[in-house]
Design a protein around this ligand. Structure first.
Ligand code: HEC
Length: 157
């Protein structure tokens, strides 16, 4: 038989973990705001590594990359950020384990297929891990635009 806890013995107010969480969030937020004021955090969109896509497409590639927001995940200079892989040196193969078999099956086309994200081998949300499928809404990059980006990425060493 369960004995109900008498009302009087229940703790009132927020549980200790909630107080701790609020204190932690305020601390982290404060440190972030302070370092921002001190100018330590670079702007999200900044200079990209220079590279020259064949046919002089680098400028166009950079414009597509900036408007698609690739840097928001892959880092300001595309050299990776946190768990997001670097896009430097991609011509020698994927850094993500998830993409190894695709790259083996489609050695010349895997980067295009991955960015587009419409192929049955690249559209699984678990595999994409948050990376949008750029050939679909709201990005709707054309095959030609994706090719321009791929040619540029392949020049990054
Ligand atoms: C919301 C975050 C996000 C954005 C925005 C994003 N990506 Fe990604 N990208 C990822 C993640 C996560 C992976 C790794 C997926 C995995 O391991 O399954 C990845 C992997 C890649 C890879 C494979 C890298 C490797 O070596 O394995 C390429 C190429 C790539 N992204 C290109 C791009 C391009 C080009 C853009 C912009 C058009 C872009 N990404 C925008 C999250 C993002």
């Amino acid at each position: 038989m369960t004995v109900p806890t008498p009302i009087g013995s229940r703790r009132s107010g927020l549980p200790a973990w909630a107080v701790g969480l609020v204190a932690f969030v305020l601390l982290v937020g404060g440190v972030y705001a302070a370092s921002n004021l001190a100018g330590e955090n670079p702007p999200l969109v900044g200079p990209l590594p220079s590279g020259s896509a064949p046919g002089g497409g680098a400028g166009e590639a950079l414009a597509i990359i900036e408007s698609a927001g690739c840097q928001g995940c892959h880092g300001q200079d595309l050299s990776g950020s946190g768990s997001f892989p670097s896009l430097i040196g991609i011509s020698s193969g994927p850094k993500s384990e998830n993409l190894v078999s695709l790259a083996e099956e489609e050695p010349d086309n895997w980067i295009h297929l991955w960015i587009a994200g419409t192929d049955e081998r690249t559209s699984d949300p678990a595999m994409r891990a948050g990376m949008p499928a750029f050939a679909t809404d709201p990005y709707n990059l054309s095959d030609a635009q994706i090719d321009t980006v791929v040619e540029y990425l392949k020049t990054l060493q």
